[in-house]
Design a protein around this ligand. Structure first.
Ligand code: PEP
Ligand code: MN
Length: 373
C-alpha cells in the first residue's frame, strides 16, 4: 500500500471542506434524503426536513445502479435539476452518485459532493475520474471489499490528485440474512486508526430495514464516525426505491435530536437548526397540509354540487336565499373562530358562482343529449 491515505496523525486528521461545511473536525455531518430523486415536491419536502433536523447535505440518486435491470434506474438529468433546486431552496449542500464517465461529466460542476457507490468501489476508471474532479468524494466500501481494498480504492482517488475523500462504511455481505448486509463498525475504528481521512456511516443500506437504522446510526457515532448518510423519504411507503429502509420524516427528526445529545456527550458538535428557522419551516409544512385539505374538500364539494344539479329544474339552478343562508351561517362561524368574516364571504361567493356555473353546464349537456336522443 502507498501511503497517501495512510498516516493517521492523532490530532491531525484531514478536514475535508465539502463546500462550506467541514467533515473530519468536531462536527458530526448529517446527510439525508431519499434513495432516488422522484419529483420536485418529494425533494422540496425532503430538503425541508433535512434542514430542520440540522442536516447539512441533501442526498438523492439520479443514476441508480440497481440489482435488477427492471428496477427504477433514476431520472438522470431531470432529477439533477430537482435535487439542485431543493438543496438551493434550503441552503443545503447536495450529494449524488456517479456511475460512469458520462454521469460524472454531467454532475461534477453542479453538485457539491460526488458519491461513488459500493458497486463501483473497484471501478478503477471511475476512481481515476473522481481523482481528477474538483469536488469532494464520498467513497463507499464495496459489498465484499476488505478494509485494505477500500483504502486502496481511496488511494486511487488521492493518487490522481484529489485529496478530498470521505470514506463511507455501508455494510458488507456476510452469511447473515436478517439484515441486508452487516454493518462493520470495526471498519470505522480501523479506518480512523490507519488513515487521516474522515469516515462516515450509511446505516440504511447496511440494515435494509428502517427499524434498525436509528440504533445503528447512534452506534456509528459512538464508534467515532464523522457523519451519517441516511435515507429518509417524505412518504416512505410510496418510495420508488429502498422505501423499506427509508426513515419517515418524524423518525429522522427524532434521530437527529438523539444524535445531538449523543454528540455532546462525546465532545462532538451536532446542532439542530435554530428555533426561528425551525418554526418557519414547520409552520409552512403545516400550512401546506391544510392547503391540500382545503383543495380536497373543495373538490368534494364541487362533486356534490354537480349531483344537486340533477335534482333541480334549469330555471331553479340559482337559489339566492340558500346562498344567503349559507353565507350568513358561515360568516357567523368565522367570527366565532376568529377568522375574518369577509374572507369567508368572498370565498363562498366565488364557490357559489362556480357551483352555479357547473350545474348549468351539466344541465345543458343533459338537455343536448336528450334532444339528440
Ligand atoms: C445509495 O446510497 O443509494 C446506494 C446505492 O448505496 P450503496 O452504493 O452503498 O449500495
Ligand atoms: Mn438506496
Amino acid at each position: 500500500m502507498k501511503d497517501l491515505v495512510l498516516g493517521a496523525k492523532k490530532d491531525n486528521y484531514s478536514k475535508i471542506n465539502l463546500g462550506g461545511v467541514v467533515c473530519g473536525g468536531s462536527d458530526i455531518i448529517l446527510m439525508g434524503g431519499p434513495c432516488a430523486v422522484e419529483d420536485p415536491a418529494q425533494m422540496r419536502s425532503a430538503a425541508r426536513i433535512v434542514k430542520e433536523a440540522g442536516g447539512k447535505v441533501l442526498r438523492g440518486g439520479i443514476f441508480k445502479p440497481r440489482t435488477s435491470p427492471y428496477s427504477f434506474q433514476g431520472l438522470g438529468e431531470t432529477g439533477l435539476e430537482y435535487l439542485l433546486a431543493a438543496a438551493r431552496e434550503q441552503d443545503l449542500l447536495c450529494i449524488t452518485e456517479v456511475i460512469d464517465a458520462e454521469s460524472m461529466a454531467l454532475v461534477q460542476d453542479k453538485v457539491d459532493i460526488i458519491q461513488i457507490g459500493a458497486r463501483n468501489m473497484q471501478n478503477y476508471h471511475l476512481l481515476k475520474l473522481a481523482g481528477e474532479c474538483k469536488k469532494p468524494v464520498v467513497l463507499k466500501r464495496g459489498l465484499a471489499a476488505t478494509i485494505s481494498e477500500w483504502l486502496l480504492a481511496a488511494e486511487y482517488i488521492l493518487a490522481a490528485g484529489n485529496p478530498n475523500v470521505v470514506l463511507c462504511e455501508r455494510g458488507i455481505r456476510t452469511f447473515e440474512t436478517a439484515t441486508r448486509s452487516t454493518l462493520d463498525l470495526s471498519a470505522v475504528v480501523v479506518a480512523k486508526e490507519l488513515t487521516h481521512l474522515p469516515v462516515i456511516v450509511d446505516p440504511s443500506h447496511a440494515a435494509g430495514r428502517r427499524d434498525l437504522v436509528p440504533a445503528l446510526a447512534k452506534a456509528a457515532i459512538a464508534a467515532g464516525a464523522d457523519g451519517l448518510l441516511i435515507e429518509m423519504h417524505p412518504e416512505p411507503e410510496h418510495a420508488r426505491c429502498d422505501g423499506e429502509q427509508s426513515l419517515s420524516p418524524e423518525q429522522f427528526t427524532v434521530l437527529a435530536r438523539e444524535i445531538s445529545l449523543l454528540a455532546a456527550s462525546l465532545d462532538r458538535i451536532f446542532k439542530i437548526t435554530d428555533e426561528k428557522k425551525e418554526d418557519l419551516t414547520s409552520l409552512r409544512s403545516q400550512i401546506d397540509k391544510i392547503d391540500d385539505e382545503i383543495v380536497e374538500l373543495l373538490a368534494k364539494r364541487m362533486g356534490l354540487a354537480g349531483k344537486v344539479a340533477g335534482q333541480k329544474s334549469i330555471d331553479k339552478i340559482r337559489d339566492i336565499n340558500r346562498e344567503k343562508d349559507v353565507i350568513t351561517r358561515l360568516t357567523h362561524k368565522a367570527e366565532v373562530l376568529n377568522c375574518p368574516p369577509d374572507l369567508v364571504k368572498q370565498v363562498y361567493t366565488m364557490v357559489f358562482e362556480h357551483s352555479v356555473h357547473l350545474q348549468l353546464k351539466s344541465k345543458l349537456v343533459q338537455k343536448v343529449e336528450h334532444s339528440i336522443g
